[in-house]
Write a protein that binds this ligand. Structure first.
Ligand code: ATP
Ligand code: MG
Length: 413
């Protein structure tokens, strides 16, 4: 019987299938180990927030706010948005919970789903997952360098291939505004050589021209003034110190003065990791400093720096064989003794063993075959007359009396 047409997951979403989960979980554990080990604390913020948070935080003129947000109304007519990125929410939480009173910097990491209304393609989804790290309350260049290094090590350890890091500095918001005026004048003077998209954004966001692949636009930009040459002495010094710390750590990077990121809140350091193994969607992770953001969201003046990396892109760029679930130590086989088998399974688990029991009504022979398929080390065969433990590697079988005997045998095979 069928209950109507078959349903499918919405466009641009995906299911994490059992075969995908070992690699994902091991990435999560790697994050917990590395980021937690560096003293970052795990945090979660809501998946939807007031739309205003992103409009104010990410910036009205950005692609994210103009084109990519999933926005809905609640029953009271309040505008909510499925979070397209994590930094704004973390900064809101920092302000809302008075985290500026904690010892600074407050260093956090997170993992969870994000939403952008984009054209789906390989490595680009409408619901995807990000790993993020943020440090609030310090403008020390060592925080920038530390977070960049942590991401580099994480990506390398996750097995991301052909990894490249580009780095730049955007200076302060004022330096950037002055520079935007200068760049705007440069673009306007040669407007007819630019792509229509770039031309349409000269007023609102001239820096986005650097993202264009259009040949005419690139020619105009080749002799445009560079923001890196317009930094204040303090910002230039800050950037030099970040670079010196990364040099000392032996991290390879390229200074790319054309690096602009799609979020308006960045100041000073910006960076992006790409993997040539990914093709068109090459961005694996990126971030930067956002010294004005907390204040913009109603908090005290607070420095901040952070990054976000795409879980699915990391897994894609790591390639590799699909990993299998760790095998159980014991498979509990039974034909007529469900309750005894159930009880034994529970006891063995209480003693810390990984155990699965038969639940599909197979014959005993079929069950042993299934235990092999699971790569179980032992099978405990239960029937009303007793208990037998089979070593599935040697084929040796021997009678045992209690769950404790099985635990002993498994622990010292
Ligand atoms: P892109 O240039 O690919 O659009 P972005 O600059 O919009 O990336 P960020 O906002 O910096 O990306 O997000 C950080 C990371 O999140 C990206 O480097 C990427 O790995 C991942 N990411 C961003 N958008 C998507 C998406 N739609 N689907 C899957 N992963 C994504
Ligand atoms: Mg994008």
């Amino acid at each position: 019987m069928s209950g109507g047409p078959r349903l499918q997951a919405p466009r641009g979403t995906f299911d994490v299938l059992p075969g995908d989960s070992p690699a994902r979980l091991s990435l999560f554990n790697l994050c917990q180990g590395r980021l937690g080990g560096a003293g970052l604390q795990y945090t979660e913020t809501p998946i939807f927030e007031d739309t205003e948070l992103f409009a104010r935080g990410v910036g009205e003129a950005t692609d994210i706010v103009q084109k990519e947000m999933f926005t809905l109304e609640d029953r009271a007519g309040r505008s909510l948005t499925l979070r397209p990125e994590g930094t704004a929410g973390v900064c809101r939480a920092y302000v809302e919970h008075g985290m500026h009173k904690l010892p600074q910097p407050v260093r956090l990491w997170y993992w969870g789903p994000f939403f952008r209304h984009e054209a789906p393609q390989a490595g680009r989804y409408r619901q995807f997952n990000q790993i993020g790290a943020e440090a609030l309350g310090s403008d020390d260049p060592s925080v920038d360098a530390e977070l960049i290094l942590l991401l580099a090590e994480l990506l390398a350890e996750a097995g991301v291939r052909e990894l490249r890091l580009r780095l730049s500095s955007l200076g302060t918001a004022e330096a950037r505004r002055d520079y935007a005026d200068e760049l705007r004048a440069h673009l306007l003077a040669r407007e007819d050589e630019l792509s229509p998209e770039v031309r349409a954004r000269i007023e609102a966001n001239p820096l986005r021209a650097f993202d264009s692949a259009h040949a005419g636009t690139r020619a105009v930009l080749a002799d445009a003034p560079r923001l890196l040459d317009r930094l204040t002495p303090e910002d230039a010094e800050h950037f030099a110190e970040v670079r010196a710390l990364l040099d000392e750590a032996g991290l390879d990077y390229e200074v790319d003065p054309s690096l602009v990121r799609g979020l308006d809140y960045y100041t000073r350091t910006v960076f992006e990791f790409t993997s040539d193994a990914l093709g068109a969607q090459s961005g694996v992770g990126g971030g930067g400093r956002y010294d004005g953001l907390v204040e913009q969201l109603g908090g005290p003046p607070t420095a901040g720096v952070g990054w976000a990396a795409g879980v699915e892109r990391i897994l894609l760029a790591a390639g590799g064989e699909p990993r299998r679930q760790a095998p159980p130590a014991v498979f509990v086989a039974w034909e007529d003794s469900r309750r005894t088998a159930f009880d034994l399974t529970r006891r063995l688990r209480q003693d810390g063993l990984t155990v699965q029991m038969e639940q599909a009504g197979r014959s005993l022979k079929g069950q042993l075959k299934h235990a092999d398929r699971l790569r179980a080390r032992f099978a405990a065969v239960v029937d009303d007359d007793g208990l037998e433990l089979r070593d599935l590697r040697t084929g040796e079988a021997r009678p045992v009396k209690t769950a404790a005997d099985i635990v002993d045998a498994v622990r010292s095979p």
